[in-house]
Design a binder for this molecule. Sequence first.
Ligand SMILES: *Cc1c(COP(=O)(O)O)cnc(C)c1O
Length: 415
Amino acid sequence: MSKTHRDITSLIHHPYTPPIGFEAPQQGVFKASTVYFPTVADMRQREWKDKSAYTYGLHGTPTTYTLEERLCTLEGGAQCVLVPSGLAALATVALALLKSGDELLLPDNAYGPNKALAEGELRHYGITHQVYDPMDPEDLARKIGPRTRLVWLEAPGSVSMEFPDLPEMVRRCQAQGVLCALDNTWGAGLAFKPFDLLGDAAGAGQRGSLAVDISAHALTKYPSGGGDVLMGSIITQDPALHLKIKLCHMRLGLGVAANDAETVLRSLPSIDLRYKAHDQTARALAAWWQAQPQCAQLLHPAFDGSPGHAHWQAVCERTPGTGLAAGLFSVMIDPRYSQTQVDAFCDNLKLFKIGYSWGGPVSLVVPYELGSMRQGWPAHLKRGTLVRFSTGLESAEDLMHDLIQATQAHLPWIS
Ligand SMILES: *Cc1c(COP(=O)(O)O)cnc(C)c1O
């Protein structure tokens, strides 16, 4: 055997292993597809479904287990499954819990691709769905039938930002024995606790008297905070429900990369500070919009007059003045402005970039054609062209000047 061969082999079977007892703020990136077992007997014995051992990269590494545990702490859940995107979290919940003949209920303001999944794959698999009015728990209760197995909740709804009566919706699901899953991307575990909706849990991480069954989260947004990672999580408090989701997750072969998990772990310590900063800037800009005649309606749950403001207060602001509300809001631009003018306004913003997703350092803007997204124009929304803003971490003053220059140039006041 030549020396080179020996070197190559010892490079792989290297004697150096990091000493136990290394302590630092981040615990490192553990990457693996293969995980070794000391003996065949040990291999046969290992349990992959919990965190007592490691069996295969897809089933978890120290890095992904750490992220799962920290997300449970953030959201007040007990078990977590990581998936490659927020949409994969929504899809995995549906595939784990629904079978042919079942029915799914979605709010009319649900995240668009979740509706598309129901209209596409789920329908092809013989799973039907109905859309309910997010502002009417009565309508939800009416639509829960003998085949209903899962209800999606979103607070607030995507794009139009209506905040539903979340506790009442959960009660209606529970009264009829139907599982409810919340898309918790907006709240991020900070604005309210999905497993303690009334804020009466005995201690941190405890389930309160009212809880959703599942919290799905696009970690792509605030937990990543960089606009550079796609990931999702599915958090539960019931071990049997978790196992159902975990088994489906395993059979679908879903996993996340250790480097991505580490990126999210690195961002988590600052999520609370970032969330509050995004929130503060969004409110400053929303207040400016509210005073502009071009704004037919401001859609921001923390503002009086925005649909569901009282529901936001009940769930997110138990002590006046302390409620959190993320960095998202929409403006219904007065219908006297054409879509072309609104598009030109968006095109001419300098700091706000045109792009989907949110939660990163850069402010974003997207105009939406709400009419094509809903079953009908909702009674609680004024007519107009909807523009959604997501505030980044830039100075609020600079962002405000950007809005002013683009408004003056492309949305001049027409009296
Ligand atoms: C972004 C988003 C998702 C999907 O997340 P991706 O990681 O982009 O797939 C799901 N739900 C909501 C409410 C979102 O904003």
